[in-house]
Design a protein around this ligand. Structure first.
Ligand SMILES: N[C@@H](CCC(=O)N[C@@H](CS)C(=O)NCC(=O)O)C(=O)O
Length: 216
């Protein structure tokens, strides 16, 4: 019987990925909200930073084990729990899934993180409009490349007709894109795949607006 606790934040796309993976594998978990803005950012409090010195969410606790990094957490779930494998075990598809997921989670997401935005405000004196342009620029650059790659990789989902880690990373990134006003009509394949994924029960349950700590 799993004893899983997820420290996250309703709007965190990295935590959103892990929620989707847990739901796809039908694993129950306890959710502990870490408010990234309130109290100067609860991720910086000792109670949290003692668990993850990077001061970023998510952290998954499984019994004695504490893990950070959403992609590693999802690998851990793939390797230790039943349910659909989000990264195929072998073959070319394994590396396609890993590389497309990393295109999103490593090349696009971190440059638009809260702490990057805070640095741009405080140290570079960027105003809200400049920060918005920054966010849109990096998402659009990443999505233009991804759109080209999905032209050959996609079926119903990002890679063929099975849900994979790429889909788990894409939906939260599109959530961010829409939040920051990226014109998604420039990315018809991404839009087509996301439309299908968004009504899947595991994705619906993981959506930011459906989290107990959702706070608009
Ligand atoms: N590479 C990490 C990224 C984690 C991350 O960037 N988390 C963000 C939320 S999506 C965060 O905690 N930000 C807090 C901050 O920037 O202070 C992962 O995939 O888990």
């Amino acid at each position: 019987m799993a004893n899983l606790t997820l420290y996250g934040y309703w709007r965190s796309s990295a935590a959103y990925r892990v929620r989707i993976a847990l739901n796809l594998k039908q694993l129950d978990y306890t959710s502990v909200p870490v408010h990234l803005v309130k109290d100067g950012g609860q991720q910086h409090a000792t109670s949290y930073s003692s668990m993850n010195a990077s001061e970023l969410v998510p952290v998954l606790v499984d019994g004695e084990l504490q893990l950070n990094q959403s992609l590693s957490i999802i690998d851990y779930l793939d390797e230790n729990y039943a349910g659909p494998l989000l990264t195929p075990e072998s073959g070319d598809r394994r590396y396609l899934v890993k590389s497309l997921a990393q295109d999103i989670a490593i090349d696009v997401h971190p440059i638009n993180n809260l702490r990057v935005m805070q640095y741009l405000s405080k140290e570079v004196n960027a105003d809200d409009n400049q920060k918005l342009n920054w966010t849109r620029h990096w998402i659009e650059l990443g999505f233009h490349a991804l759109e080209k790659k999905l032209a050959s990789a996609s079926g119903t989902y990002c890679v063929g007709d099975e849900i994979s880690l790429v889909d788990v990373c894409l939906v939260p990134q599109v959530y961010n894109a829409e939040r920051f006003g990226v014109d998604m009509s420039a990315f018809p394949i991404i839009q087509r795949v996301v439309e299908v994924l968004r009504v899947h029960p595991a994705f619906v349950k993981a959506a930011p607006e459906n989290q107990p700590d959702a706070d608009y």
